[in-house]
Design a protein around this ligand. Structure first.
Ligand code: DC
Length: 213
């Protein structure tokens, strides 16, 4: 049986770290679906193309190879912003969702994290987690992470950016960010990553004990 775990949540909620740890714990693959949208933004920007042309973005999406996503390059701030803009386009979403489903279908299974995994990509996943934290907490974490790397960061700019991205991701017509009705909520504002991982593991183990996976 293929083993799926669907994880959704807003930017900097900690969902990526949880997804990576769960995948390592169970020995299954992991796909950060945000990288697929970032790769489309990156391809358009690299080619000097506009970010608001559906046909060009769909063509770029078609050419994305999920086995060649480079997190070190795609993590840059400008590609996150570009990703959020192309992610409103239904044609782009259809193409990337097909690729994401094909990735997940390979045995023994996978953990996918993003914005619409439990609602659209893998609606029948036996375990769905929705990871969140206050915008201030998420901005603080992102700011500390950047300061650790660059020696400086601007909390206010990061907070404004997170709030703008939340608004765009939650209000778009196609596949807005929201918890699936059967998702388990993990609110990490007052939790460290260990506590969040234990909470996630407990939900997965409960589903396993019930024979759901
Ligand atoms: O998680 P991230 O910051 O890498 O995501 C970048 C953007 O991609 C995010 O603002 C919205 C979009 N995205 C999406 O629409 N659906 C997903 N499953 C993952 C990301």
């Amino acid at each position: 049986m293929t083993f799926f775990i669907a994880i959704d949540g807003p930017a900097a909620s900690g969902k990526g770290t949880l997804a990576r740890r769960l995948a390592a714990h169970y020995g299954i693959a992991h796909l950060d679906t945000g990288l697929t949208y970032r790769a489309v933004g990156h391809a358009l920007l690299q080619a000097g193309l506009p970010l608001d042309n559906d046909a060009l973005a769909a063509e770029a999406a078609q050419n994305i190879d999920l086995s060649a996503l480079d997190r070190d390059i795609l993590a840059a701030h400008e590609y996150g912003e570009a990703a959020s803009r192309v992610a409103v386009m239904p044609a782009v979403r259809r193409i990337l969702v097909d690729k994401q489903r094909a990735f997940a279908a390979r045995p023994p299974g996978a953990v996918l994290d993003g914005r619409d995994i439990g609602t659209v990509v893998l609606p029948s996943a036996p375990v769905k987690l929705y990871v969140t934290a206050s915008p201030q907490t998420r901005a603080r974490r992102r700011s500390d992470e950047i300061a650790g790397k660059l020696g400086r960061s601007d909390y206010e700019t990061i907070l404004a950016d997170i709030e703008r991205r939340d608004a765009r991701d939650m209000s778009r017509e196609d596949s807005p960010l929201r918890p699936a009705p059967d998702a388990h909520l993990i609110e990490t504002t007052d939790m460290d990553i260990e506590a969040a991982f234990r909470a996630a593991l407990a939900f997965v183990e409960k589903a396993r004990a019930a024979g759901a996976l």
